[in-house]
Design a protein around this ligand. Structure first.
Ligand SMILES: [Zn+2]
Length: 114
């Protein structure tokens, strides 16, 4: 005679296996999402800087270049390397910082007068 509990056991085992599989899938999905993050952040590499020509830790940038050939201009994208000192990003950030600082100073000055 067949024991119905054996079948129940099989069923539970199947459910557990399924649950483990779906958990593994979830972890796999999370891992893939995590591994996506570092690839979008460009790690600095040792390169000759495009601006100061020194071999330093550089980050790569895509710049637009206009090339004039036979009177017709064409735009091409070029990958260049800038060291951390020459990085265009750094300048942009510095500008934003100083603008913020100026605003903070102005606010402070207004508060002081009132
Ligand atoms: Zn440089």
């Amino acid at each position: 005679m067949e024991n119905p509990f054996d079948n129940q056991d099989e069923h539970d085992r199947y459910l557990r296996k399924n649950l483990a599989l779906s958990r593994a899938f979830e972890i796999d999905k999370q891992d893939k999402q995590k591994s996506k993050t570092p690839s979008s952040v460009i790690a600095p590499v040792m390169q000759d800087c495009h601006k100061c020509k020194e071999n330093k830790l550089c980050t790569s940038f895509m710049i637009m270049q206009t090339i004039t050939l036979d009177g017709s201009a064409s735009v091409s994208k070029e990958r260049v390397y800038f060291c951390l000192d020459c990085s265009p990003d750094k300048k942009k950030k510095d500008k934003q910082m100083s603008k913020k600082q100026i605003n903070a100073l102005l606010r402070g000055a207004k508060k002081g007068r009132l």
